[in-house]
Design a protein around this ligand. Structure first.
Ligand SMILES: *Cc1c(COP(=O)(O)O)cnc(C)c1O
Length: 336
């Protein structure tokens, strides 16, 4: 794979740290060594994984002469926050279409990312019902802008297309380079699996480098039987783009046991995971993605899925700005 040939904007400013989490590892008691890849520290307002994808997607938009970005997400979307931030930096207008996945959950006065959408200067926010055709809704916004003489570019939800996922192929290479330099022999990578670009990209990168490191996705919205085909399809398309070769279905592992009642809905194990990592390592997770993924990881460690002495890397994809929209649930769990 030669990723240098793909246009990108250069948002990264170098590799994100891989941080050992010894107190957290001890607290879990499975005899494993947990490391955290700090993509929550990526540049871009409040950080997070979408910066790696937008690095490539916005480069594509600018090459096509766009002056306006349209994208979509849930009501507390980190992807929308970061798309707004990088659009601001590039001097591009940015319009959002928000999907109300939980009925009645959109509140223009809400905290967390919703507040940041306004602070970062969203040109318009269109709210649609859960289950809507998001591409159709974004196309409607694009048609209106085109009539006004604008040149809009649509970035799909989560920037999860082969262009965006290339950012996580690069992240896999970055992880392999870092572990080569430090001498850390990784046994597995664990990450949240949502719109699938992160999971697909890391998987393609690991397979394309013949790394022999298994990748475990923990779902945040779908059951295994829906998430695995989604990740596989995007991985195949991404592998084709970057020249990574064959992606076997058997390499795609998406655990759906920690979603709870649905996307963004609080679970007890998420509250426990977020609180435990904060109080052992001082690292902030988020309630929608990394909190649920870490809850799954904790459960896997406690159930003995990983051999004693394993070196395990958790990919921290960001999102802590959403914590402030969930304060009540956390406070209740601490007094329970
Ligand atoms: C978007 C997001 C994810 C999931 O990444 P996908 O590429 O959509 O699967 C994980 N964590 C955070 C904080 C996110 O914002």
């Amino acid at each position: 794979m030669n990723l240098a040939k793909f246009p990108r904007r250069g948002y990264l400013q170098g590799p994100t740290p891989i941080e050992a989490a010894p107190s957290f590892s001890r607290a879990l008691g499975g005899g494993v060594n947990i490391y955290i890849k700090r993509d929550d520290m990526l540049p871009g307002a409040a950080g997070g994984n979408k910066t790696r994808k937008l690095d490539f997607c916005i480069a594509d938009a600018l090459l096509l002469g766009a002056d306006t970005i349209i994208t979509c997400g849930a009501v507390q979307s980190n992807h929308c926050r970061l798309t707004l931030a990088w659009s601001a930096k590039e001097g591009l207008d940015c319009h959002l279409v928000l999907e109300e996945r939980v009925k009645g959950s959109y509140d223009p006065e809400a905290s967390g990312n919703n507040f940041l959408f306004q602070l970062l200067g969203a040109k318009s926010i269109t709210v649609v019902q859960g289950g809507s055709d998001m591409m159709a809704a974004m196309n409607a916004v694009a048609d209106k802008l085109k009539k006004e003489g604008r040149k809009p570019y649509i970035i799909p939800g989560g920037a999860s297309n082969p262009i965006g996922a290339t950012g996580y192929v690069a992240c896999a290479q970055e992880i392999l380079q870092q572990t080569f330099e430090s001498g850390l022999k990784l046994d597995a990578v664990v990450l949240p699996s949502g719109s699938a670009g992160t999971h697909a990209g890391i998987l393609v990168g690991m397979i394309g480098c013949n790394a022999g490191i298994p990748v475990y996705g923990i779902n945040v919205s779908r059951p295994r039987e829906l998430q695995e085909p989604l990740v596989h399809k995007l991985a195949v398309a991404t592998a084709e783009r970057v020249g990574a070769g064959n992606i076997p279905e058997s390499a795609v592992d998406c655990n759906g046991d920690y979603v709870g009642a649905g996307y963004s809905v609080v679970t007890d194990s998420m509250l426990e995971a977020v609180t435990l990592l904060a109080r052992t390592e001082g690292i902030l997770l988020d309630p929608v993605y990394t909190g649920k993924a870490m809850a799954g990881f904790i459960d896997m460690v406690r159930k003995g899925k990983f051999a004693k002495g394993s070196n395990l890397l958790f990919l921290h994809t960001g999102g802590s700005s959403v914590l402030y929209a969930y304060m009540e649930s956390f406070r209740k769990s601490w007094t329970a």
